[in-house]
Design a protein around this ligand. Sequence first.
Ligand SMILES: NC(=O)c1ccc[n+]([C@@H]2O[C@H](COP(=O)([O-])OP(=O)(O)OC[C@H]3O[C@@H](n4cnc5c(N)ncnc54)[C@H](O)[C@@H]3O)[C@@H](O)[C@H]2O)c1
Length: 317
Amino acid sequence: MAVRLGFIGTGGMAGAHMKNLQTFDDVEFTAMCDIVEGKAAERAKKYGGTPYTDFSEMFDKEELDAVYICTPPFAHGEQERIACENGIPMFIEKPIAVRLEQAIIINDYVQRSGVITSVGYHWRYGGDAQKAKEILSGEKILGALGYWMGGMPGVHWWRVRAESGGQHVEQTTHIFDICRYLVGSDAKTVHGVAARGSMTDIPDYDVDDISMVNIEFKNGAVANIASACAMEGFGRVHLEVFCRGLVIQIGGGSTVNRKGQTEELKGQGFDRDRVFIDAVKKGDSKKILSPYSDALETFKITMAASKSFETGKAVDL
Ligand SMILES: NC(=O)c1ccc[n+]([C@@H]2O[C@H](COP(=O)([O-])OP(=O)(O)OC[C@H]3O[C@@H](n4cnc5c(N)ncnc54)[C@H](O)[C@@H]3O)[C@@H](O)[C@H]2O)c1
């Protein structure tokens, strides 16, 4: 039987999931919800389903087997609560929120309801990341350097701190997350610095132009992760992991360097939509690499960084 899907937020990222999911023969687009009526209607026309502008109405009227929540970071909360109350599995785009208290409350709903969740940390599912995880399993990891340095995304909410949380929360979160995944530990202490002042001509812009975050992990590994959105025509987006005689790079042409010999890093990857749909069908979340509770740990690091930017002090987690 087809998995009946509802979408909440039908913008750019939702479109990427829909394009992928339409190639599956076991899903049905049942409902498309966006506060902008025309966007929901356009997706419904292209992929099927009934358009809505209010997700409460959508939940009331439709029989759904799962929802994709692809709203901007500031617009989380109520849709997750209703999905949990109705026992509906959720694929949720990262970042899971912009406020820590809210993410903790949602995590409580998720844990109490037992619904299957998957958060859009797709780097984890890459063949390179899977191979890296395998190689690193027998190594002592010393540390990591990560970067997301490039230009500013076009969606308006991205440049507004209260709506996106800033670049480290919204975008570089992928690097923080893959770093946690490969280091295999949660953070103990976070300290960060940030600067701005070069983007003052951009209306409503109040996020940092650049930031750098130091992390000390519970297993003793250390990391520095940099974000910058003021570069134009430049992109440095990757993570390097360092062990004795071994350097692994994920992103930007993934490689493994053993004592000076560099090879391409290749392994068997997975499609995160396929993994989610299979989990929903089987009622088994084992293969999901980023459930809500795990994504919360990544979110805590970026929220601690925000606090450290403001106070100048290290934050213990
Ligand atoms: N995993 C990835 O690599 C990746 C890439 C891009 C974006 N994202 C994430 O996906 C999310 C969405 O980003 P996007 O680029 O699609 O943004 P977008 O602005 O293109 O789309 C968001 C949509 O949500 C709608 N919306 C806002 N509030 C709503 C509400 N209460 N109910 C229903 N619809 C609502 C907006 O009208 C808009 O159409 C963000 O959290 C972003 O970080 C993830």
